[in-house]
Design a protein around this ligand. Structure first.
Ligand SMILES: Nc1ncnc2c1ncn2[C@@H]1O[C@H](COP(=O)(O)OP(=O)(O)O)[C@@H](O)[C@H]1O
Ligand SMILES: [Mg+2]
Length: 259
């Protein structure tokens, strides 16, 4: 059973600056949820609260709850490292470790988390993770070559392989295609469709066509002006959001009137 997330009344701060205000939403298991909205409205900030990556920035904190299967990730005693094992993350720019081989990159997260893994298990995990990321056929003959020798699209799939190697429940992706060409973007979008059979995926995208293509549900965030907090305006089935949004601001944004 893949875990579900319920966010209740979350405020997200950078020191005294309230960056995201009073967000409540649910993320359904085994589906793709897209976060859209204009630059600076807090999509990345909010995304990082879902695996406790926000707090790695000095002064950054949250108020409210992020429940994973009913357990508040911000409760005293919850280990952020354990949270990040359940909730993996893929970033905007592919960031393989440049000096590590392709295989070592896949195992990098596992080695941080686990004590020891046998050679045979490691080989199996490298293969299954690369297959899961649709990269195996392209790299199986050069697993010992540096991760940095791959193309941008391959590097991003390598980062996805690294993220799924730790067997998370949830995968957060912050604009994972924004540095990729259209062909690589399609490869990642296809991959998301396959991965949602097993994982819960949350993707931030500034590309509305992408949100419409890949997501089951869409959340629209907006900001009233510079220095104001970002807010969740509405969230719904993607088809409904793009055909008959409830809010005027959503309609303006998706029809390209601003943002
Ligand atoms: N490390 C940080 N320290 C202080 N403020 C930040 C930091 N990162 C982002 N912010 C601010 O938080 C707000 C939301 O930013 P961000 O989450 O990056 O928006 P988006 O991803 O929607 O473009 C912006 O006002 C941004 O300047
Ligand atoms: Mg962002």
């Amino acid at each position: 059973m893949t875990k579900r997330i319920d966010v209740n009344n979350l405020n997200v701060y950078y020191s005294n600056f309230l960056a995201v205000e009073d967000v409540s939403l649910a993320i359904e298991p085994k589906s793709v949820t897209a976060f859209i909205g204009p630059s600076g409205c807090g999509k990345s900030t909010f995304l990082r609260t879902l695996n406790r990556m926000h707090e790695v920035i000095p002064g950054a904190r949250v108020e409210g709850e992020v429940l994973m299967d009913g357990v508040n990730l911000y409760e005293a005693g919850v280990d952020p490292v354990a949270v990040r094992r359940h909730v993996g993350m893929v970033f905007q720019r592919p960031n393989p470790f440049p000096t590590m081989s392709i295989a070592e990159n896949v195992l990098a997260g596992v080695k941080l988390n686990n004590k020891r893994i046998s050679r045979a298990d490691a080989d199996d995990l490298v293969e299954s993770s690369l297959r899961g990321a649709n990269l195996w056929e392209e790299v199986k003959d050069r697993l010992d070559k540096p991760g940095s020798s791959l193309s941008g699209g391959q590097q991003q799939r390598l980062c996805i392989a690294r993220a799924i190697a730790i067997k998370p429940d949830i995968l957060l992706m912050d604009e994972p295609c924004s540095a990729l060409d259209p062909i690589s973007t399609l490869a990642i979008e296809d991959l998301m469709q396959e991965l949602k059979d097993e994982y819960t995926i949350v993707i931030v995208t500034h590309n509305m066509q992408q949100a419409a293509r890949v997501s089951d549900r869409t959340a629209f965030f907006n900001i009233a002006g510079t220095g104001k907090p970002g807010k969740l305006i509405e969230m719904n089935d993607t088809a409904t959001m793009f055909s008959t949004p409830s809010e005027k601001a959503t309609e303006d944004y998706i029809s390209g009137r601003f943002g």
